[in-house]
Write a protein that binds this ligand. Structure first.
Ligand code: NIG
Ligand code: FE
Length: 443
């Protein structure tokens, strides 16, 4: 594989682009004939092609071939680094066991902890790299990666170090989240408070001092940690100046979201059982609702998150894979767009904002990611698609986009797949897209 730093530069003038609605920020409309200028890996101009300043005429030219352009996608909730897999639990649940019953029987998160602890950092990297590559191939340009399968200082450190290494190796923005309070490790059974003390006073300060933590998360649930324990973790995070987020109201309404909102949480995630009070608290705090249709689907959940109420309250909604070996073993953010629409009744524009603008906000990255804006790193995706609804419409079909990530042309498909314009004016991708020349070869 070509090292990231040796991939072709995206610097130059990109023309023949159709900008998707909201690509330029909230409420921006589609632009049919757009241009983007990239300099030193950053966007320095974007707008209608006819307004393109002449002084860029001598820069390298990139022909977008009428592609549909969105900001780089953002997967704002993943547990990407772990050992093993849990297909056996899938079979148990198909035979009638619930997620809680599997967890209480010694399976669940703790079984991934065993496999993760047994793996070296190199093993964990080798396992996570193809997972990350699959997400990147679909246009992901920023990703959150949680710890939470180590549950000791040494093993949480290993997970977080691997997350950082993945970011460097693949040239992708990685935000690390410390999820030490994901489950009670076997050596602390019956001593929950002692474990929370270790998380707050040993693990979190040490890992923060090593620069490994961008945010702190807790699994607040009957089979996870209580509201009081969650608050202790939030206090410790606050003392270290770290933002918080929460796995909240997934299986029951514990009131975790309202607590998280009081700590100014970046996001509350899952929230199938979120109450009106929780919604109001999130709205007031500006906390993002992160919706995870993969886990809802995979657990065959039937309790829908309160989408209509979140929409009515104006709470920003993000959508993510929640990739993990227990409840959401998916590596397709586009499939999550489809599920957000079909299962959760989100609209296509809501779902697309959910993997761009609002996902950026869920990670505190709203000033550098999630839209195509001057001054930001060049992260954008050229889709060989006629309209934005196709992002959510094709089911399990890979659209093979051209991806510009951190100022480099990273996809194998360059120049972008050509589109055919019908007499009606609709643009159709030519399937399958041609493999194109070598990256950087043509315009
Ligand atoms: O987001 N619910 C807690 N955490 C993960 C599942 C972890 C696991 O089962 O391994 C989630 O769904
Ligand atoms: Fe999760």
């Amino acid at each position: 594989m070509t090292p990231f730093a040796q991939l072709p530069s995206a610097d130059g003038v990109w023309t023949n682009l159709r900008l998707a609605p909201e690509a330029l920020g909230e409420a921006s409309t589609a632009v049919d004939d757009a241009a983007i200028v990239v300099q030193n890996g950053h966007i320095v101009w974007v707008g209608e092609r006819r307004a393109l300043p002449a002084d860029h005429a001598h820069a390298p030219q990139h022909n977008g071939r009428h592609a549909l352009v969105t900001p780089g996608l953002i997967d704002c909730h993943t547990h990407l680094v772990y050992g093993g897999q849990r297909a056996n639990e899938f079979a148990m649940r198909l035979a009638g066991a619930s997620y809680e019953e599997v967890a209480r029987a010694g399976g669940g998160i703790v079984s991934s902890v065993r496999a993760t602890r047994a793996a070296s950092e190199d093993d964990l990297f080798a396992l996570a790299a193809p997972r990350l590559q699959a997400l990147l191939n679909e246009g992901v340009c920023a990703i959150e990666i949680k710890s939470g399968y180590g549950l000791s200082l040494e093993h949480e450190r290993a997970q977080l170090r691997v997350a950082r290494r993945l970011g460097e190796h693949f040239g992708v923005t990685v935000r690390t989240t410390f999820l030490g309070a994901h489950a009670l490790p076997p050596e602390y059974v019956g001593r929950s408070q002692a474990y929370i003390d270790t998380v707050c006073h040993q693990m979190m300060p040490a890992l923060a001092a090593e620069g490994l933590i961008d945010a702190v998360d807790v699994f607040c649930e009957t089979i996870g940690f209580s509201l009081a324990e969650t608050e202790q973790v939030f206090r410790a995070a606050q003392a270290l100046g770290l933002p918080v987020k929460l796995h909240a109201e997934q299986l029951s309404d514990m009131g975790g979201s309202a607590l998280a909102a009081r700590y100014g949480a970046l996001s509350c995630d899952h929230i199938e059982h979120l109450s009106e009070a929780g919604i109001a608290a999130m709205k007031q705090a500006g906390t993002v609702a992160v919706l995870l249709p993969g886990a809802y689907y995979f657990l065959r959940d039937t309790h829908l998150p309160p989408i209509a109420a979140l929409r009515a309250a104006g709470v920003p909604m993000a959508v993510s894979t929640d990739h993990n070996p227990g409840t959401s073993p998916t590596l397709s953010l586009l499939l999550m767009l489809n599920m957000a629409c079909t299962l959760f009744r989100m609209t296509v524009p809501e779902a697309v904002a959910g993997v761009t603008r609002h996902a950026a906000r869920a990670l505190g990255l709203q000033h550098s990611h999630g839209q195509i804006a001057v001054g930001q790193p060049a992260n954008f995706v050229l889709w060989p698609l006629g309209e934005v609804a196709e992002l959510a419409y094709w089911l399990g079909q890979h659209p093979q986009p051209t991806v510009v990530r951190q100022g480099r042309i990273t996809s194998a498909i360059y120049p972008p797949a050509p589109l055919r314009v019908t007499p009606q004016g609709a643009a159709l991708a030519v399937w399958p897209s041609q493999p194109g020349g070598a990256p950087g070869s043509g315009t």
